[in-house]
Design a binder for this molecule. Structure first.
Ligand code: NAD
Length: 256
């Protein structure tokens, strides 16, 4: 990675749980391209796992952020404003659905479970964009992580399918609204990666196997693949790309 590609850029990455997290791959690659990074942990229970990553990546800002806790996002962006007086890159790499709603039939999902999944996995991206906008005085790039289950029915993805569909739609509307501010908005759709969140999906190992067998390239994706693409898309090389969902899945979406 060119260690000057993003030098002088400031990037916030939300969603690191451990070294398997897609957000970790993003933080690592953005940092190696010269960006200053801010990373977060969910709560005190999660912190020891993220502490190790903070030691490795030396973020300029390291704070708690649980998007369901009132003012956590506001406090984080206020810290960013104080420290950096602006931001260039924001990565939303978080998702959640209550187990009983994720595992059951979609028509049995509870209203509370559905709304909580939508709030954490989708609406929080809109809230982050609202807070980032005044800090992106010279433009910027906002990223959210989606999955192929947004556009096709993927066995066992259940409730998260419509939630990711809403997220991808938000990306398109946001890209149009924010375009004149030179703020780009991009959804990234990685193929399956074995992470903590993925372990909540029934028969995830079979999903991985299927992806490897059916993808034209017969390879699985890793978090560094995702981080590398995000780094490129955050750079000026991609300055006219916005509103799209970019697949990183060895071609699986072409035939899956
Ligand atoms: P992960 O478990 O490593 O990351 C999920 C993160 O969401 C965790 O860091 C967790 O702390 C965070 N989170 C959950 N609730 C939160 C809340 N209330 N406030 C703030 N953060 C919260 O798993 P991952 O697979 O790296 O997931 C990252 C993103 O990538 C998710 O949006 C996921 O849907 C998406 N994605 C994952 C895959 C995959 O196969 N793993 C594929 C495509 C897309």
């Amino acid at each position: 990675m060119d260690n000057k590609l993003l030098s002088g850029k400031k990037a916030l990455i939300i969603g690191i749980a451990n070294e398997s997290s897609i957000a970790y791959g993003c933080a690592k690659m953005l940092k190696s391209a010269g960006a200053d990074i801010a990373i977060t942990y969910l709560n005190e229970k999660a912190k020891p796992f993220v502490d190790k990553i903070a030691t490795e990546l030396q973020p300029s800002i390291y704070s708690r952020c649980d998007v369901t806790i009132e003012h956590d996002l506001e406090n984080l962006f206020s810290e960013i404003n104080q420290k950096w007086q602006g931001i260039d890159i924001v990565i939303h790499s978080i998702a959640f659905a209550p187990k009983k709603d994720l595992h059951g039939s979609i028509i049995d999902s509870s209203k509370e479970g559905f709304l909580l999944a939508m709030d954490i996995s989708c609406h929080s991206f809109l809230r982050m964009a609202k807070l980032a906008k005044p800090l992106m005085k010279n433009g910027g790039t906002l990223f959210a992580m989606s999955f192929y289950g947004a556009v096709k029915v993927v066995e066992n993805y259940n409730l998260m399918g419509p939630v990711k569909a809403a997220l991808e739609s938000c990306v398109r509307y946001m890209a149009v609204e924010l375009g004149t501010h030179k703020i780009r908005v991009i959804a990234i759709s990685p193929g399956p990666v074995k992470t903590r969140a993925a372990s909540g999906i029934d028969e995830f190992d079979q999903l991985l196997e299927r992806a490897q067998q059916k993808a034209p390239m017969h390879t699985l994706v890793d978090v560094i693949d995702v981080g590398s693409m995000v780094t490129y898309l955050a750079s000026d090389y991609a300055k006219n790309i916005t509103g799209d969902t970019i697949y990183i899945d060895a071609g699986y979406h072409l035939i899956g």
